[in-house]
Write a protein that binds this ligand. Structure first.
Ligand code: HEC
Length: 363
């Protein structure tokens, strides 16, 4: 008969739980209450997962929590406790941990994905508003159903953002529509049309970009915060496009707010250049308060005159610009109204229009 020394047997029995490496939602709850609940509540975790974690792995979440939490003493708990916490966070975020336990390899390999979440959470904050009008078809519709006729009266202000100190003086009226992508809100702010990124959950200011256009701003026909921005994601390079009051098309890195060097000249394309009434003309009154429209890899920038009137026919000289995002070269520029004999002239435009509109929002 094989005799196993009792001391070895004891060791094996003691090691059993560690070898099995099972993370427990319940143990995670206890640790969470002791270590995390002074700053967090479990119900906030689903918004956090939806904001940043969809498509990422359980292991990444574990590592993020271990290296950053608790905020004052990151890494101060054992790996087992961090795995338990990871299971608890996922469970609180409605990623179903069946039976309340999961093996560590399974937990690490798990993809945090909307299909694993309940319909309620799936209809939550993860639904982006990535276009000025909600989508390219300008439907201004979102499938979110958490807010409905029965609970809309109970909504409370979670946070507010004061734009009073943006620009030389407070703007009295802002018609800007923010974008919301991956838990970040992007908006224009103030008369000089600054761009800000805010944390959608807390309202914290993540970055601010100021156009600083000097004379070009002073002479601009369309000042103010404008209507909004455009978002573009090129294989993970998230970009925010804005048109400044001074009529530059600018690409900003959505993570940092810095102009994107790969676009135009250091992130800028001067939309006045190439116009019939181009750079340096005193009588130039072309600008726009609408964001550009991004379709696949083309940015379309519109044009408008000074607001509030119908400019005389002779001065209606707007124009569309189609900028290639990668090369930032002008693919096509279309004058409005078309010039006689213009190569890309009348066939591209409805020249029967009585007003011969020059203002074209592109939104
Ligand atoms: C002293 C306050 C404090 C404590 C204690 C604390 N946290 Fe946090 N936690 C924060 C703050 C602040 C943030 C937001 C950081 C941010 O959004 O950049 C955060 C963010 C998080 C996030 C989101 C991370 C992300 O990148 O999406 C998770 C998950 C989290 N905490 C888990 C925990 C857990 C688990 C514990 C307990 C072990 C814990 N926190 C303890 C303050 C705290």
């Amino acid at each position: 008969m094989l005799r196993v020394p009792s001391i070895l047997l004891l060791t094996l029995v003691n090691m059993a739980p560690a070898l099995a490496q099972v993370a427990s939602v319940e143990r995670g709850r206890v640790t969470f209450t002791a270590e995390c609940s002074r700053c967090h509540v479990p119900t906030e975790m689903d918004a956090r997962l939806n904001a940043k974690w969809i498509g990422r792995s359980g292991q990444e979440l574990f590592e993020q929590v271990r290296s950053t939490m608790p905020a004052e003493t990151p890494g101060s708990l054992s790996n087992e406790e961090y795995y338990d916490l990871t299971a608890f966070i996922l469970d609180s975020g409605n990623v179903n941990i069946e039976g309340g336990t999961i093996s560590v390899p399974e937990l690490a390999a798990l993809t945090i994905n909307p299909a694993a979440m309940t319909a309620d959470v799936n209809a939550g904050i993860s639904v982006p508003w990535a276009d000025y009008h909600g989508d390219k078809g300008a439907n201004r519709y979102s499938a979110l159903d958490q807010i409905n006729a029965s609970n809309v009266a109970d909504l409370e202000i979670a946070w507010s953002f004061d734009t009073g100190s943006f620009g030389p003086r407070p703007e009295t009226y802002s018609a800007s529509t923010p974008l919301m992508v991956n838990g970040k809100i992007y908006a224009t702010a103030g008369a000089t049309r600054n761009v800000v990124a805010l944390d959608a959950i807390s309202g914290e200011l993540l970055w601010l970009w100021r156009p600083e256009e000097g004379e070009r701003f002073n002479d601009a026909p369309r000042k103010g915060s404008g209507k909004g921005l455009s978002y573009y994601n090129d294989n993970g390079q998230e970009t925010i496009f804005t048109i400044t009051p001074g009529y530059y098309l600018v690409a900003l890195d959505a993570q940092t707010g810095d102009p994107l060097p790969s676009f135009g000249a250091g992130g800028y394309v001067d939309l006045q250049s190439g116009l019939r009434r181009g750079v340096g003309r005193d009588d130039l009154d072309i600008g726009i308060s609408f964001p550009p429209l991004v379709v696949e890899n083309i940015v379309i920038a519109g044009a408008a005159h000074e607001g509030g009137g119908d400019p005389p026919c002779s001065t209606r000289h707007g124009g569309f610009r189609f900028e290639h995002i990668v090369r930032a070269s002008c693919v096509k520029s279309r004058d409005t109204p078309p010039r006689h004999g213009d190569k890309c002239g009348p066939q591209g435009w409805d020249v029967r229009s009585k007003s011969g509109i020059a203002s074209s929002s592109s939104g």
